[in-house]
Design a protein around this ligand. Structure first.
Ligand code: SF4
Length: 889
């Protein structure tokens, strides 16, 4: 019988359960039917997890100063440098920068080492960039970082308001649960989607509000006013369980619908439609994520939303509540252990002397941090100006993901000592490290993660780690021991760390703090091994049940007064303002099938098929004015940096805005690190950077040539003004462009394929001097090694068909020279459904020929959408707008 491992997806904050069969062989990954987050579903990223179980491109051994080293040598070097820096410059001169990708156990020991033993709170996390405004907003309103609701609330609501949340692409399984609920309940809940850009999520919205970037506070202040005016204030709840309503309403009063319309740019009719829906339906959930959080007014945005729920007492009850959904799979676990520089462990407060004393005693900590450390943006500024002289970066890639990313790179170059723990052999951050430590990847790691609804699940290792890769918790404990802290870090495995974490959560708690999992403080190793997922709180002595756990229905909050706190949120605009120099606002975000800076999912060939290139989404009127043609290249730049991206011209984008995805590092594209453009403007309360509204200039790029390449091997040297590469079955696809005309296309092709060193290879070329095109295929004996298509404009080739042919060993190399299929065969087009391998043209043809009108009928005709279902919003979009789809990206 085949063994089944129950584990958890490592990507987004939905936290889906995953079943893996046949560990050690060709792993088969499927959704865990018994996991309450996903009930067996997986999105396209989760479904492709087997493809990331590769050792290719893995960091397999420690490295010191660029040379392979043993673990002892590497850890000695880390400990010695940290020790010397602390002795010479104090505990504030060292730092850890960690990640929402860490398991809770890794996070716990990292936080314990810094805050209790080194004596500095200089540990921050990339979750600062993701959801720290929600943390700050929760703490202001609830007195604790509490997510009140559960996923079922979205299914039980009458109205779901999505704010700055492209749920369809960023939290696909939660989106699918919402869609399934609507199908089951005959169109309920109603959905309002609030986002400057029309996204895949807009396809299910009953109302789309494409508001001006950064104007959310005005919108929700106006809503608070209208709720009060309509008599929707729950007088009993507000009087008995809240405070600050008068002040909040005082500020909101001036936000008349006319004023809100002027600020948000929304038509009055749409505004009233939204307000009427919110007034009408008592069971309302407001879901928000990065569009709210990643703002210089992010915390106010969160509180403006929460105010509306406090006023109407729509909180903590089935189908009600403000609901922050997290970007990374363990952002919540990091919050629980105090992974942010201004938090202590177990939702205890760093600024509270009694809490510090409690933790000091519990840890027997020799050097307890007394004040907050540097938040992410401050941390890299402190590295730059020399206040921090040694930094250990774990499971994150700040050279790409931080705002002002070139500044961050410069700061790390200057830093006397940089350690990077990672799974990837090559990353833009790892390139700057003196010490590289090989970490375990998904499939090897063992510990727990917490999803957006406070559900703790086990991530179980089922594969041996390749080379010398080790658990992060172990590397951190080994350094702690070398620093003389053996007693506090004598853990023999993740179960021991989890027990301590659980015990701390219950310490002198008595219901005073939200986070309490002390029921597991004495869990045995065997019980930890078998631990089923559970939602917190789970205090000791209370029977653990499966019922959804909500907070605040009883009107008891964690503020000093025990009341929910309204926050008066006056509107202020985005920190960055457009002007004549930078007339566009850059919005950034994720795409459906990629993850972070392609370090995790970049190796999965399936996940490159949907969108293979970094792109800039532009409104057609803006593109026409700038002379940017479809599939041409656009330069997006400001005084901080520049990127070159493929133009995607679409009505979804508001005029004056440009959207670019965050995923492409220098490992996958020449100039697509959009973080380099983003100013380090932060929210004054949370310290979260404003990544959704950066003033930029956009202009057309006029390459002298474009090229499209298929290659078995990743080319070593892509010496071109623009390149973007993506893994495909059997090799790589690369898009190229150059500003200077090629003196000799043949020589260029030979260089790309390294043919001078491979005389046994044949090159069959086709040149049209009049059209300025050049095509060739490279073969060795009968094997096809590569193909290149060069043209003076965007290469007009059937990319999806070419990639399919390239994957087939029996394909006729010469047939590829045509660049498109023979007449009887149709190019399938860009992959929409990756699971069933269905392209956009196949879907459009089926819609036209068979007169299809629904996603289900497209599924029946083509198979598209019948796998994981992540592509259903795009099928819906093709049904509504059957226009030709750009084949480029
Ligand atoms: Fe993984 Fe998120 Fe997809 Fe679930 S929705 S399978 S957690 S990426």
């Amino acid at each position: 019988m085949r063994e089944t491992i129950r584990t958890t997806c490592p990507y987004c904050g939905v936290g889906c359960g995953v079943s893996v069969e046949d560990p050690g062989g060709a792993a088969r990954v499927s959704g865990d039917a018994n996991h309450p987050a996903n009930f067996g579903r997986l999105c396209v990223k989760g479904a492709a997890l087997a493809q990331v179980l590769t050792h290719e491109e893995r960091l397999l051994h420690p490295q010191v100063d660029g040379a392979r080293a043993g673990w002892d040598e590497a850890l000695d070097r880390v400990a010695e440098n940290f020790r010397k820096t602390i002795v010479d410059h104090g505990p504030g001169s060292v730092a850890l920068y960690v990640s929402g990708q860490l398991l809770t156990e890794d996070y716990y020991v990292a936080n314990k080492l810094m805050k209790g033993f080194v004596g500095s709170a200089n540990i921050d996390t990339n979750s600062r960039l993701c959801m720290s405004s929600s943390v700050a907003g929760h703490k202001r309103a609830f007195g604790a970082d509490t997510v009140p609701g559960v996923y079922e609330d979205l299914e039980e609501a009458q109205l779901v308001v999505l704010v700055g949340s492209n749920l369809a692409w960023c939290h696909p399984i939660l989106y699918q649960r919402l869609v399934a609920a609507r199908e089951k309940r005959g169109g309920w809940p109603r959905i309002v989607n609030i986002d400057p850009r029309r996204t895949a999520t807009s396809e299910i919205a009953d109302l789309q509000l494409s508001l001006a970037p950064g104007s959310d506070v005005a919108l929700f202040n106006g809503l608070l006013r209208e709720l009060q005016k309509a008599g929707k204030r729950d007088k009993k709840f507000v009087a008995a369980h809240t405070q600050g309503a008068t002040e909040a309403l005082g500020v909101a009063r001036k936000w008349t619908p006319e004023k809100v319309a002027a600020q948000t740019g929304l038509p009055l009719a749409e505004l009233h439609q939204f307000y009427d829906l919110f007034i009408q339906y008592d069971k309302t959930v407001t879901v928000y994520s990065q569009g709210v959080n990643q703002s210089s007014a992010g915390t106010d945005k969160v509180n403006a939303i929460v105010n509306c729920h406090l006023l109407t007492a729509r909180i903590g009850k089935p189908g009600c509540g403000p609901f922050s959904v997290t970007g990374q799979n363990n952002a919540m676990g990091g919050r629980e252990v105090g992974g942010l520089a201004n938090m202590l462990a177990a939702h205890l407060e760093l600024g509270n002397p009694a809490h510090r004393a409690l933790v000091r005693k519990f840890w027997n900590a020799p050097h307890m941090a007394e004040k907050p450390g540097f938040k992410a943006v401050e941390l890299f500024q402190a590295i730059d100006d020399g206040r921090v002289k040694a930094v250990w970066i774990v499971a994150t890639n700040p050279v790409d993901s931080m705002p002002d990313a070139d500044f961050v790179r410069g700061a790390l170059k200057k830093c006397p000592f940089v350690v990077v723990s990672d799974v990837a052999a090559h990353s833009d951050t790892g390139a700057l490290a003196q010490v590289l430590l090989p970490a375990q990847a998904w499939g090897e790691k063992d510990g727990t993660v917490t999803n957006s609804e406070r559900r703790i699940s086990r991530q179980r290792g089922f594969r041996e780690s390749p080379g010398e890769a080790r658990a992060d918790w172990r590397a951190i404990c080994d350094v702690a021991k070398r620093l003389g802290f053996s007693e506090g870090f004598a853990f023999d495995g993740p179960a021991a760390i989890f027990r301590e974490h659980a015990a701390l959560s219950g310490l002198e708690n008595y219901g005073a703090r939200d986070f309490d999992i002390s029921a597991f403080a004495k869990i045995s190793d065997a019980e930890y091994l078998a631990l089923a997922s559970f939602q917190w709180p789970c205090p000791a002595g209370v029977a653990i049940d499966e019922k959804p756990k909500r907070f605040f229905a009883d009107g008891k909050f964690f503020t000093d007064s025990g009341r929910g706190q309204f926050v008066a949120t006056d509107f202020r605009g985005t920190a960055g303002r457009t002007d004549a120099q930078n007339p566009f606002l850059l919005n950034t975000g994720r795409v459906r099938d990629q993850w972070r800076t392609t370090m995790g999912a970049g190796g999965a060939q399936n996940l490159s098929q949907h969108i293979a290139e970094p792109y800039a989404e532009l409104n057609p009127l803006d593109a026409a004015r700038l002379g940017i043609e479809p599939a041409g290249l656009a330069r997006v730049w400001n005084e901080r940096g520049a990127v070159i991206l493929r133009a995607q011209i679409t009505e979804r984008q508001r005029r004056g805005g440009v959207f670019a995805p965050i995923h492409w590092s220098e490992q996958f594209a020449s100039k697509a690190r959009v973080g380099a453009l983003i100013a380090p403007h932060v929210d004054p309360v949370s310290g979260q950077p404003e990544s959704k509204a950066t003033p930029v200039c956009v202009e057309a790029v006029h390459p002298a040539f474009y090229a499209f390449v298929l290659a078995r091997k990743k080319p070593e040297n892509l010496d071109c003004d623009y390149w973007a590469l993506a893994r495909i079955e059997g090799g790589w696809r690369i898009d190229l462009a150059g500003l200077k005309a090629l003196p000799d296309a043949d020589v260029f092709a030979r260089k790309i394929f390294g043919l001078d060193a491979a005389p046994e290879c044949d090159l069959v070329a086709m040149r049209d001097d009049k059209a300025g095109t050049f095509r060739c295929v490279v073969t060795r004996k009968d094997e096809m090694l590569g193909a290149i298509f060069i043209a003076p404009g965007p290469v007009d080739a059937a990319r999806a068909w070419l990639c399919e042919q390239f994957a087939r060993s029996e394909a006729d190399p010469k047939a590829l020279l045509a660049g498109r299929p023979p007449l009887a065969t149709r190019d399938p087009g860009r992959k929409i459904c990756v699971c069933l391998n269905v392209g956009a043209y196949t879907i459009l043809d089926a819609i036209a020929l068979k007169k299809l009108t629904s996603v289900d009928s497209v599924g029946a005709a083509t198979g598209a959408g019948t796998g994981c279902g992540s592509c259903k919003p795009e099928i819906e979009s093709l049904l509504k707008n059957p226009a030709p789809v750009s084949n480029q990206c």
